[in-house]
Write a protein that binds this ligand. Structure first.
Ligand SMILES: Nc1ccn([C@@H]2O[C@H](COP(=O)(O)OP(=O)(O)OP(=O)(O)O)[C@@H](O)[C@H]2O)c(=O)n1
Ligand SMILES: O=P(O)(O)OC[C@@H](O)[C@@H](O)[C@@H](O)CO
Length: 447
């Protein structure tokens, strides 16, 4: 199970992380410390985001293509911002996309971001980012870092551990980069379009991102770069080798480091994000104390049906500390349970808590207002009107990226029938959370 949007892991910035990073780079084979502990390096990141995304085949440059109605680049920025020891993040975007980028930074409250003009090639964009860090520019609060991370803006799934690894390795070797096993064999065609030779796949790797460099190493390499390299090159590690005579340290990366290039990559990225934010569900009920509350039965069935998903319960009783804590833990899925009631008040209170928390700024929050009703014996009359208000309220909270819908679950006296409708209800709830389909907003489903 991939981590949900979580708090940062080991840190380079604080004493523990700095010592661990310094120590790990100075460890000798015996694991004993070979050198005195060194201070943590100042680290900045450069994100090339000036491409046009031709291979994506859509008018919008892929770094601005939406995933769950949020631009792809915002996920990458969030991933880097989660790392507290990266002090500056420099993003290279084209002049025509500068306002778009500024709007994204403002809307999603991104921090530590500086923008520079992109170049006509990826290497030139990266070079512009490095220049912004190198030169003391009058209106810039950027300072030259000891180590610089270079990471494509279209690789959103970068975790702190691989960043720590490449930075630690770069501090020791001068350059480092993430690699992955090749999926396909690399072949070399002859001039007449036939196979000339193939490379032994096991002895080769794919160069991915993030990469990290001692700043002076990569900056001097770019300054010496030929126009051909700047125009046609695709590999920063090669520049460090060619111009800095440094053999970068290669670090095995995780499968999720891939670059969003084709449309299928966007679908894959959306599936991964949906899966990650569906890992935590909270059953909200007016009280938790009553063990026989049907909400607890629903909680147990969801736990049994959904592997690796954390299901908890929270009460709306004021002042409600545990629900506030659950929101703070970034739970993006809430099932508000009403028993033999058409009342909408509980759901309304939950929605107000969610709106005040700003939890839905980064990811859509799913709220399912569940009504346990013995609707085969309780006549539907004007009370049904109460439930229909869900449609209007759902339209309102959708503007805050909260996806609200209703679910009637049959609540018979017969225990066996109740278990069957609970299972049906749990299946519908799991699907709503997993799919996060905004087309179902305001609908009232029946289990
Ligand atoms: N002149 C350029 C070209 C690319 N990039 C960035 O470099 C990263 C990786 O490049 P790539 O996947 O090739 O992006 P595009 O060039 O946009 O894609 P395509 O080749 O399909 O047009 C992307 O974040 C892209 O925005 C950049 O900053 N400046
Ligand atoms: O070549 P493209 O511009 O598609 O993407 C750049 C990639 O080549 C690059 O990110 C990795 O291979 C690591 O250098």
């Amino acid at each position: 199970m991939e981590p949900a949007p979580a708090a940062p892991g080991p840190r380079l910035g604080d004493s523990r992380g700095a010592e661990r990073a310094a120590a790990s780079s100075s460890l000798n084979p015996t694991g004993a410390e070979a050198q005195p502990r060194r201070r943590a390096p100042a680290v900045a990141a450069v994100l090339p985001a000036g491409g046009s995304g031709e291979r994506m085949g859509v008018p919008t440059p892929k770094q601005f293509c939406p995933i769950l109605e949020r631009p792809l680049i915002s996920y990458t920025l969030q991933a880097l911002e989660r790392v507290c020891w990266i002090k500056d993040i420099v993003v290279a975007v084209t002049g025509e996309n500068m306002d778009t980028m500024k709007g994204i930074i403002q809307k999603y409250q991104h921090q530590r971001i500086s923008l520079v003009e992109a170049g006509v090639t990826r290497h030139r964009s990266i070079f512009n980012g490095l220049k912004a860090l190198a030169e003391d520019q009058p209106d810039s609060n950027l300072s030259k870092p000891e180590v610089v991370i270079i990471h494509d803006a279209v690789r959103p799934f970068v975790e702190e551990d691989v960043l720590l690894k490449v930075v630690t390795a770069a501090k020791e070797h001068g350059a480092a980069g993430a690699i992955r096993p090749l999926v396909s064999t690399v072949i070399s065609p002859s001039a007449d379009g036939c196979l000339d030779h193939s490379l032994e796949r096991a002895r080769h790797r794919a160069s991915e991102m993030p990469q990290a460099f001692l700043f002076d190493v990569i900056y001097e390499a770019y300054q010496q770069c030929s126009d051909y390299d700047l125009e046609f090159g695709t590999e920063c590690l090669q520049l460090a080798l060619k111009y800095g005579h440094i053999n970068a340290k290669l670090v095995e990366g995780s499968p999720d480091l891939w670059k969003v290039t084709y449309k299928r990559d966007l679908y894959a990225a959306e599936s991964i994000i949906k899966e990650r934010i569906s890992q935590y569900i909270c059953i909200v009920m007016d009280t938790k104390e009553d063990e026989n509350h049907v909400g607890h039965h629903l909680e147990e069935i969801l736990k049994n049906e959904l592997n690796h998903v954390k299901v908890t319960s929270g009460a709306l009783c004021p002042p409600c500390r545990d629900l506030e804590q659950i929101i703070l833990e970034q739970c993006y899925n809430y099932v508000c349970v009403n028993v033999m009631s058409f009342d909408f008040e509980e759901t309304r209170r939950l929605l107000n808590m969610l709106k005040e928390s700003n939890l839905s700024v980064l990811y859509p929050v799913v709220v399912i207002s569940v009504y346990f009703l013995d609707y085969k014996s309780v006549p539907f009359d004007q009370k049904m009107e109460n439930l229909m208000q869900i449609r209007d309220y759902a339209k309102e909270v959708k503007k805050r990226n909260i996806l609200l819908c209703g679910l009637l679950i049959y609540y018979p006296q017969d225990e066996q029938k109740l278990q069957a409708s609970l299972r049906q209800g749990a299946t519908i709830i799991a699907t709503l959370i997993k799919e996060r389909n905004s087309g179902l907003v305001g609908q009232l489903l029946v289990a």
